[in-house]
Design a protein around this ligand. Structure first.
Ligand SMILES: [Zn+2]
Length: 292
């Protein structure tokens, strides 16, 4: 949810369309600058949180942050920016921040993973005692981005000093673009089994429920509305009904306009698919792949 006008506005926007989970950027996602919240802003945020019916409110770190690149002023800024965001999250009582593992920018995967591990260690050390966790998001693997194979996330968990400050956020569109065919219940189940084997399912903190405009294994990151992409609505039925994820928060990161009408539609589709009796979701998708 956009947080323009104040962090609490993201929660108000979420409440206005019946969200139980809200993900928000704590800073302008494409700018470095950030600042500490004023007491009045913290008060309004917690008021908006208690006014809503939220199961979980979590943050997404800015897109400029890249811990995996070669040492440079850009990487130093990334580390300090992550520290500021972790402090902000703590002030707003946000339990975790979703973070992309970063791009190695040509130095190679293992060097990039080493940088990501050291960068995380620095940020976590600087915020020691903070309850805020960093939820590493799996990626589509576009360009030199790390985090498409689950082995990358596992290596980061193994390498950091405080793995208890980490978690995982699973993005369905990224999984698909990275080559995990989650369209069948079997493929989805195999993916969760792999997470469990490599990292531990207990580390999974949240889901990004996005369809994908890009094909299976394309390594291209293009989100689509639920049932409007190559994953298709049927897959989200076994995803949102998976008993292993019963209490996991999930959010949409699908294309949307300022009036949020697409979110309303996508949310209704997911809720319909989640209904255990399967009412009205047994209908076949229309030729466009859209279930209405
Ligand atoms: Zn995502």
């Amino acid at each position: 949810m956009p947080a323009g006008g104040g962090w609490w506005r993201a929660l108000e926007r979420g409440s206005s369309i019946g969200c139980e989970v809200v993900q928000l950027f704590l800073k302008n996602c494409r700018q470095w600058a950030g600042r500490s919240p004023r007491p009045e802003e913290i008060r309004r945020f917690s008021q908006a949180r208690s006014d809503g019916r939220f199961h979980c409110v979590f943050g997404h770190a800015g897109y400029l942050i890249n811990l995996a690149g070669p040492s440079s002023s850009q990487r130093d800024r990334s580390i300090s920016s992550l520290i500021v965001e972790l402090e902000l999250a703590a002030a707003l009582e946000i339990p975790f921040l979703v973070l992309h593992p970063g791009a190695h920018l040509g130095q190679g995967e293992s060097a990039g993973l080493g940088q990501a591990i050291r960068g995380l260690d620095e940020a976590i050390r600087a915020t020691s005692g903070s309850p805020v966790r960093v939820a590493l998001e799996n990626t589509a693997g576009q360009g030199t981005c790390l985090g498409a194979p689950l082995t990358h996330l596992a290596a980061i968990f193994e390498g950091v000093e405080s793995p208890r400050r980490l978690g995982v956020c699973l993005d369905t569109a990224h999984c698909f673009a990275a080559g995990h065919d989650l369209r069948s219940p079997r493929g989805w189940s195999a993916l969760l089994d792999e997470i469990d084997r490599r990292i531990g399912l207990q580390q999974l903190l949240a889901l990004h429920l996005n369809d994908s405009r890009a094909g299976l294994g394309s390594r291209v990151d293009r989100h689509a509305g639920i049932g409007e992409g190559k994953i298709g609505a049927a897959a989200f039925r076994h995803i949102v009904r998976d008993p292993r994820l019963r209490n996991h928060p999930g959010c949409l990161e699908t294309p949307k306009s300022a009036d949020l009408h697409e979110d309303v539609v996508n949310l209704a589709r997911l809720r319909r698919l989640a209904r255990p009796d399967g009412s009205s979701c047994r209908r076949r998708p229309s030729s466009s792949g859209i279930v209405r």
